[in-house]
Design a protein around this ligand. Structure first.
Ligand SMILES: NC(=O)c1ccc[n+]([C@@H]2O[C@H](COP(=O)([O-])OP(=O)(O)OC[C@H]3O[C@@H](n4cnc5c(N)ncnc54)[C@H](O)[C@@H]3O)[C@@H](O)[C@H]2O)c1
Length: 278
């Protein structure tokens, strides 16, 4: 028996990364999953949908730009038409946005990051909440970041959006608690491939050479140094080791937050940062 048997979940940004892992885990725990991404639906179907189906899961795929109200509403309406209800919403989608300082950034770049990272939460929650309120049941899981709790240099829109995710989560949790709806946030730690993109973007922005091999070699060490600074020297010294926090930890936490095991938890922002204590 799965932890999410009989439930229906919507998962955004599901073509890769954390969201793909969340979709796969939800389905393996028995949820019917409606997954969406901005990539063509055939790509999402091939990369994720077919694998969930082959493993015995129920899935429908949508091409949805989650910053577009009409597309979000269509995704939710079609999910309701095909699966009959919605119990769980995982707002996983997020883009890194520009690696630039504020004075070099266009208003369009600033807005696009907030559109995808914050408007999407508003739009997806707005579309599913009437159903959840009516049934007096719902689980909403929003992806923030360690950057929701500390700055990230040259990425003001991303950091602002991820801090906003926590504010949105806490406030919505307070507003919908009376309807038995839980709203929580997950704050993943750095992932090697996304950290590589960030480091490349920084080098480009500063007009510096970038050595990918050297970056990969240093990544593990940087992780340890980051822990040493943020978590206190003892964590590394005492032998805690991990290979950089991955999407599976966050996906496992998402299952817990989507299940009735966490029914007393709401308004929380929980780290899966591989030991980093934000
Ligand atoms: N990867 C990390 O290191 C890390 C760290 C902390 C927090 N996070 C957060 O976790 C979440 C997932 O991150 P990830 O790195 O796994 O993502 P990713 O970059 O691997 O995947 C994001 C997906 O979202 C899709 N997407 C982009 N714009 C979209 C739009 N407008 N509409 C619909 N889909 C869109 C992309 O096509 C892609 O498939 C994000 O919210 C991110 O901020 C990630």
């Amino acid at each position: 028996m799965g932890k999410l048997d009989g439930k229906v979940a919507i998962v955004t940004g599901a073509a890769r990364g954390h969201s793909e892992a969340v979709a796969r885990r939800f389905a393996s725990e028995g949820a019917a999953v409606a997954i969406s991404d901005v990539v063509p639906v055939e790509v999402l179907e091939e990369q994720v949908g077919s694998k969930i189906r082959d493993a015995g899961g129920r899935v429908i795929c949508f091409q949805t730009d989650v910053s577009d109200e009409e597309q979000v509403n269509a995704m939710v309406e079609q999910t309701l038409a095909q699966f009959g209800t919605v119990d769980i919403l995982a707002n996983v989608v997020g883009i890194a946005g520009p690696t630039k300082d504020v004075w070099d950034m266009s208003l369009a770049e600033w807005k696009r990051t907030l559109d995808v990272n914050l408007d999407s939460l508003f739009l997806c929650c707005k579309a599913v909440l009437p159903v959840m309120i009516e049934k007096r049941y719902g689980k909403i899981i929003n992806f923030s970041s360690g950057t929701g709790k500390q700055p990230l240099s040259h990425r003001t829109p991303y950091a602002t959006s991820k801090m906003g995710v926590i504010g949105f989560t806490r406030t919505l949790a307070a507003d919908v608690g009376q309807y038995n709806i839980n709203v929580n946030a997950i704050c993943p730690g750095s992932h090697q491939e996304r950290s590589l993109e960030l480091a490349q973007g920084r080098a480009e922005y500063h007009g510096e050479q970038f050595d990918e091999d050297a970056f990969r070699q240093r990544f593990r060490e940087q992780q340890r140094n980051e822990k040493a600074v943020l978590a206190g020297r003892w964590l590394a010294d005492e032998g805690f080791s991990d290979s950089g926090s991955g999407s599976e930890d966050a996906a496992a936490l998402a299952v817990f937050l989507a299940s009735d095991d966490s029914s007393s938890m709401t308004g929380q922002d929980i780290n899966t940062g591989g030991g980093v204590m934000w």
